[in-house]
Design a protein around this ligand. Structure first.
Ligand code: NG1
Length: 526
């Protein structure tokens, strides 16, 4: 699926038929608003969607494969390029948002050689700047260190709810990097390069993010989910669901609990990244021969549970002179049982306890693991985090096997309820693990999940980082109405939602397409 970001010729290339009418109106409004703000038409629109994760939660930053899909909601950046906005040492970025009351317009004169981002301030344009910074690093690699960026005028329209678990930030950063590359004359933008730079860029905003969201945003293809693997290199390929009877529908339901990774990072997301990295180091210290070093990899803190996994089996297979490797599911089962025996402290491990096992000082531990982004914890739950990661990585493989191994496929035309239920059970197991072991659910998501299952969902779980945000549900088409009614009755009616919120609460999601560019000719969209 490598290749370059497509240049769309019509909105039909981007959206599914059911979304076309409303999107056409929205794009026209964006172009005309751009004209009224800046006095001329945009030259192009860079577009990147949000995503919903089907299965594989909180394992991308441990470098295990995941299965997300893009959704219709997206970030659009209408852009014009202006060299006159540049001086000898700076270039100017003017950026506005269609929701200008919430996201006020800004103007920056940025030095040619560095993009400052103050990650301590929660400011919407930081996401643009992080895409800018990443894109410029790539442009400098290609064109030399004295590359001079162009000035840009930008108007953004984002429809992915922020803090909703649908990855608004990755959509924004990916669209920004794509816009900057295009504005600076890159007519062909490589998808893998764009994704890799968006992953690294987003970490500049204060979150140790994995790579799932950016991959889903850039690589997705309409009509299919996306299998994303991170080792040995980033790869993404489309995955199709077999035909089922009853037909399967994905419903996305918001909890309306805002989970802001930036604000709660020290006790939630960033802490989990630290715990997983510490678990990798700890398991390496107690299960691999003394002195074994984990390979440096693309994980946020440079080592990962996947790196430990590979090192462990490479060393044991070498030691036993095994002629072939065990299948990965079997390896993961073995790792689960090894973890249960090696990491016995349910209450978690203190910094002192971990440092002693790693044979380093507490200061060294802090500088290696907790200095990039601050975390607040007295104990680190290494056992639970490693168990979730290995078991979730296994569930992704089991889900993929159900989807792709013809031996598991139901007979065409037959009732496939049993098959559907198997897919759903894996999603339910993910939710149980997220709630009880990884501790990233919340009571509101748990309620949505329980209500949906009672009303006929095969599988229901949180999607994205959790601690609020969205949930995803695998529902037979003939039960969609019943599930929606049950949520309305037992959950949404109690929240006092505005009409707009009611409208956005539940979305029937079809797999959408990934990033695209659209050239606007003389203010014309068609
Ligand atoms: P959200 O918060 O839903 O965008 C986050 C991470 C993902 C992944 C999931 C959990 C970012 C940008 N995204 O998703 O990489 O780790 O949590 O599976 O940090």
């Amino acid at each position: 699926m490598a290749g370059s970001v497509p240049v769309a010729r019509s909105l039909q290339d981007i959206y599914t038929d059911d979304a076309l009418a409303s999107q056409t109106k929205r794009w026209a409004a964006l172009v005309s608003r751009f004209e009224s703000i800046y006095g001329h038409a945009p030259e192009f629109v860079a577009r990147s969607p949000g995503r919903v994760n089907i299965i594989g939660e909180h394992i991308d930053y441990s470098l295990y494969a995941v299965l997300p899909m893009a959704i219709t909601a997206d970030v659009l950046l209408a852009v014009s390029v202006d060299s006159f906005l540049s001086t000898k040492s700076t270039y100017r970025i003017q950026i506005a948002n269609v929701q200008d009351a919430k996201f006020p317009a800004h103007e920056f004169d940025i030095p040619h050689d560095a993009v400052e981002i103050d990650a301590t301030v929660h400011e919407w344009t930081n996401y643009f700047k992080s895409g800018l910074r990443g894109a410029l690093e790539l442009l400098r690699k290609k064109h030399g260190a004295d590359f001079k960026p162009k000035g840009m005028r930008i108007l953004m329209d984002g429809t992915v709810p922020a803090g909703g678990g649908l990855s608004s930030s990755a959509a924004f950063v990916s669209a920004s990097a794509l816009a900057v590359m295009t504005a600076n004359g890159e007519h062909v933008v490589d998808k893998t390069e764009l994704t890799e730079l968006a992953i690294v860029s987003e970490r500049a905003v204060g979150v140790n993010s994995g790579g799932m969201d950016q991959s889903a945003s850039v690589f997705s293809e309409r009509g299919s989910a996306l299998f994303v693997s991170f080792t040995p290199t980033l790869k993404a390929r489309p995955v199709h669901f077999p035909k089922t009877n009853p037909e399967l529908t994905f419903l996305i339901a918001q909890s309306f609990v805002t989970a802001d990774k930036f604000v709660t990072g020290p006790i939630h997301y960033n802490l989990r990244v630290v715990e997983c990295s510490l678990a990798a180091a700890y398991l390496n210290a107690v299960l691999n021969p003394p002195g074994t070093r984990l390979p440096a990899d693309a994980a946020p803190l440079g080592i990962s549970l996947h790196g430990f996994h590979e090192t462990y089996f490479a060393l044991t297979e070498h030691a036993t002179k095994a002629s072939s490797s065990k299948p990965v599911p079997e390896q993961l089962r073995e790792l689960i049982s090894l973890t249960e025996n090696a990491l016995t402290k349910q209450e978690g491990y203190t910094r002192e306890e971990i440092a002693a096992v790693l044979n380093i000082t507490v200061d060294e531990l802090n500088s290696q693991f907790t200095s990039r982004f601050p975390v607040r914890a007295d104990r680190f739950k290494l056992r639970q985090r490693a168990l979730h990661v290995f078991s979730e990585a296994l569930r992704v493989l089991q889900f993929m096997e159900l989807l792709e191994d013809p031996a598991h496929h139901p007979e065409a035309g037959s009732d496939t309820s049993a098959y559907n239920a198997k897919l759903g059970t894996l999603l339910n197991e993910t939710q149980d693990s997220c709630r009880d072991v990884y501790e990233c659910s919340c009571p509101e998501i748990d309620d949505l999940v329980t209500i949906a299952r009672k009303a006929g969902s095969y599988g229901s779980r949180l999607t994205g980082a959790g601690w609020g945000g969205c949930s995803v549900h695998l529902v037979p088409a003939d039960k969609v109405a019943a599930v929606r009614e049950a949520w309305e009755r037992e959950y949404y009616s109690k929240l006092g939602l505005t009409d707009e919120q009611k409208e956005a609460a539940v979305v029937v999601s079809k797999p959408g397409s990934g990033s695209a560019l659209y050239l606007v000719k003389e203010g014309n969209l068609s």
